[in-house]
Design a protein around this ligand. Structure first.
Ligand code: DAH
Length: 348
């Protein structure tokens, strides 16, 4: 065979091979194309076999051309293979309606947040406003102005985490608030009666943890001050709250308790909403569940913020939302709230 003849066959082969490759759209046909053009018995191999008849120079010339064509065809083959694969994949993601949906992990509100909001809503429905205050607090607000002077034994009711920092005057130490009651003082200092406000927020205590104690927890404080406010107003307000939170057939019980910032002070209980008073695990067989502390604002506290205690009276109350959630949902360990166990949190 002459050189020209071989060169012609090569370029004709290349054109034909590429044309037929273009028309292929499944992998089986692609494979037989590879066998036809590039295989051991394929056309290109046949042509290369004929090179032995040529002299050295011609053979080198034709050989290198043939190799170029070979690698060009191989490259086109692998490109085509890839594009078939891409097309198949794209087809699948667009059209396979039988694939199961991917589940989306939904976020949710922490049980404490939910209960705090429920408590706030109950009081907002009775005309209370919501206020928030600092978690790092002065001794003056957390204790002194609440009628708990330095060295007063009542301070033992609140084991305190102190902050190593002193006021400019150096006379009122800093602490992490042990309750939300200091906000009573801040609110009264900043405004005039009538006041009706609730204060949700975090509190801290220097305390060993167990099933009913955490060193960090929430409280919701309440304060109402105005002319002619009586203990009966307090009972009515808290009774309504108990009915909103725990059901309209609730009964309430107030018993004397001591808190330095209220006089008289009380502890409020509701009849057990689980056993209706006959005695069970939730109410520890007493039929009653204590849910908050309350009382009439101590005149000393009113005078301390500059209010005229012969003109104004008020009531205050404070409760632990985690405790309320524990009662409502039958949770028996307060530590579950803040240990980030998803199995617990997912239930709310
Ligand atoms: N601050 C109290 C505590 O942490 C709870 C409390 C009791 C708040 C009586 C009040 C109240 O406002 O009147 O134990």
């Amino acid at each position: 065979m002459s050189v020209d003849n071989i060169l012609n066959r090569l370029s004709e082969l290349k054109v034909r091979a590429l044309q037929s490759l273009n028309g292929i759209d499944d992998t089986e046909a692609l494979d037989s194309w590879r066998v036809d053009y590039l295989g051991r018995r394929g056309e290109l191999t046949q042509i290369l076999r004929g090179l032995s008849d040529l002299d050295n120079d011609d053979r080198r010339h034709v050989g290198s051309l043939a190799n170029n064509i070979k690698s060009e065809l191989e490259q086109s083959l692998s490109d085509h293979q890839q594009s078939l694969k891409d097309r198949e994949l794209a087809g699948r993601t667009q059209f396979d309606v039988t694939l199961p949906g991917r589940s989306i992990d939904m976020g949710r509100l922490h049980p404490t947040t939910q209960i705090v909001r429920e408590i706030c809503d109950a009081f907002v429905s009775m005309g209370f406003q919501i206020a928030e205050g600092p978690e790092v607090e002065w001794d003056r607000y957390n204790f002194e102005m609440l009628n708990i002077p330095k060295d007063h034994p009542a301070r033992d009711m609140w084991d305190t985490l102190w902050v190593d920092y002193k006021d400019n005057n150096g006379d009122t130490p800093m602490l992490l608030r042990t309750h939300t009651s200091p906000m009573q003082i801040r609110i009264m200092e900043d405004s005039e009666p009538p006041i009706r406000v609730i204060v949700p927020g975090k509190c801290y205590r220097y305390e060993a943890t167990d099933a009913t104690h955490e060193w960090h927890f929430y409280q919701v404080e309440g304060l109402a001050v105005g002319e002619g406010i009586t203990f009966a107003d307090m009972k009515g307000t808290l009774f309504e709250f108990a009915r909103i939170m725990f059901g309209s057939d609730r009964k309430v019980r107030f018993r004397v308790d001591y808190f330095p910032f209220v006089e008289p002070g009380a502890e409020m209980a509701i009849d057990c909403f689980v056993c209706k008073g006959s005695g069970c695990r939730v109410c520890k067989n007493s039929g009653w569940i204590e849910i908050m502390g309350a009382g009439m604002v101590n005149p000393k506290v009113l005078e301390g913020v500059g209010y005229d205690s012969s003109k104004y009276t008020g009531f205050a109350f404070g409760m632990g939302p985690e405790r309320i959630a524990m009662l409502k949902y039958g949770i028996d360990d307060i530590r579950l709230f803040y240990s980030n166990d998803m199995r617990f949190l997912r239930q709310f």
